[in-house]
Ligand binder design. Sequence first.
Ligand SMILES: Nc1ncnc2c1ncn2[C@@H]1O[C@H](COP(=O)(O)OP(=O)(O)OP(=O)(O)O)[C@@H](O)[C@H]1O
Length: 225
Amino acid sequence: MLELSGITAGYDPRRPVVRGVSLTIAPGRSVGLLGPSGCGKSTLARVAALLHRPDSGTVVVDGDPVRGARHRATREQRTAFGVVFQQPRLAADPRMRLTDLIAEPLRATGRRAEAAAAVAALAERVGLSGELLRRRPHEVSDGQLQRACLARALVLRPRWLICDEMTAMLDASTTAALVAVVEDYRAGSGAGLLAVGHDRVLLDRWCDETVHWDELRAEKSPSGV
Ligand SMILES: Nc1ncnc2c1ncn2[C@@H]1O[C@H](COP(=O)(O)OP(=O)(O)OP(=O)(O)O)[C@@H](O)[C@H]1O
């Protein structure tokens, strides 16, 4: 269970952008989150992924309360999350070949020996050829780079996926391909998903349920728990 309760968060404690928001996602469930631009969806997604520390409120991951965000969360808690952002160029180190980009979480957690096999399997899954894997970010398209970022998000086999407008800058066929990869992974792993977006049609088709930002303020638990 991923439980966010009474989250207040932002970039200046005097003017939080997220105020008293609660969201609960049951294991294996997928929740789409819609809301107007600038309302705080990405900030909440970063809190959910343990990348941004809330000013107040609690995050409980599979029964374990998170004591602090980022490096103060335990490694077990941090590696429970795979995160994909809207802008792959901001999320990818421009010096790394795609193969190293995908393997980077394995290296960072001392599992370098698994990298070659894991990258090969994931590259096939997301549709990246061996030739593309040898290129650096500036040598591939946005869609190809986002495929690599999704592979990187899956490489530690996370129990939770946070996709923050993952497909916002992609064409329809790449969007469909990446959503299919996420759903295939979830079907095999039982991972839960928070998908932030602007496209209600896509989120309704993709997720078990779609909630609007305003509903979270009313302390609603979208997964019916
Ligand atoms: N690093 C930051 N420093 C200061 N303010 C920020 C920062 N990131 C976001 N904000 C502000 O916080 C507010 C919420 O931003 P956030 O990105 O969470 O919204 P959003 O709902 O995801 O928007 P969009 O749908 O346009 O991506 C906005 O007013 C934004 O300008």
